[in-house]
Design a protein around this ligand. Structure first.
Ligand code: UDP
Length: 241
């Protein structure tokens, strides 16, 4: 278990992407069940308003800093985190492992046509992966049939792309049904896998301005960006106290 870094009540793992992947590989081989959260400032702020959601996050095995905002927050609190671990990158690395080890992967979420495109791309790019199953993300959150279907497919990895807080809630509500598997909320990652949404070019990612690229490409998201200054303000206030 890695050291934890508390950012506004959410305990992030003090680790790198490489270390995380190695740990997860080991846990898969040992058939250990794992709930991973990749949290951005918006998620942390939401947890501050919704105690039930905060509890769900606290029940996760690992919480990774998704986004430069969390790294900035940890720095301001003089408790730095080694690096940003974007959910999409972590998912990609897990798909590489699944491809090599011929693991069973379930994709839950996104719009049906987007999901189908993503599945086609996964089949082409990672021929070793066994698609355990897939289902679009527009269902009643506590529909037991969906959970039963995922369970029946006997997956080694389940990527849940319902957007937060639904995806983490779905994992938390159904985690007890499973004996093994990696469970991870992946937000808009299926849209990226499908090619419907483009990821920022590498240079932008390296410069930690992926958020700016997203803002330019999807200006309708601007409202969500206003969370960052609010988050930083809250961190500064916490620091003062
Ligand atoms: N989504 C879904 N069911 C819903 C709401 C959203 O499957 O009821 C999907 C949506 O199609 C998208 C993903 O959840 O693929 C979330 O995307 P968003 O960009 O909001 O997530 P973020 O990465 O910002 O958390």
């Amino acid at each position: 278990m890695s050291k934890k870094v508390d950012v506004l009540g959410i305990e992030f793992d003090h680790t790198t992407k490489l270390e995380t992947i190695n740990t997860l590989k080991k846990r898969i081989m040992e058939n250990k069940k794992t709930f991973i959260v990749t949290a951005n400032p918006e998620i942390v702020m939401h947890a501050g308003r919704d105690p039930q959601y905060k509890k769900i996050l606290q029940s996760a095995d690992y919480i990774m800093p998704d986004g430069i905002g969390i790294i900035m927050g940890a720095n301001l609190l003089k408790n730095p985190l080694p690096e940003r671990i974007p959910g999409f990158d972590l998912m990609k690395d897990l798909l590489i492992i699944a491809n090599k080890e011929r693991l069973r992967v379930f994709f839950l979420g996104a719009r049906e046509e987007v999901l189908n495109k993503a599945i086609d791309n996964v089949k082409r790019e990672y021929p070793g992966i066994q698609i355990a199953g897939c289902h679009h993300g527009f269902f009643k959150e506590n529909d037991p049939q969906i959970a039963a279907m995922v369970k029946k497919s006997n997956p080694d990895m389940v990527f849940v792309a319902l957007g937060f807080p639904r995806q983490e809630r779905w994992i938390s509500n159904n985690f007890h049904l499973f004996e093994k598997g990696i469970f991870m909320g992946v937000g808009g990652s299926i849209d990226v896998l499908s090619g419907t949404v483009k990821r920022a070019p590498e240079l932008w990612r390296k410069l930690n301005i992926e958020w700016l690229y997203r803002l330019i490409k999807q200006p309708q998201r601007w409202k969500r960006m206003t969370f960052l200054p609010l988050f930083i303000l809250k961190v500064l206030r916490t620091k003062k106290n």
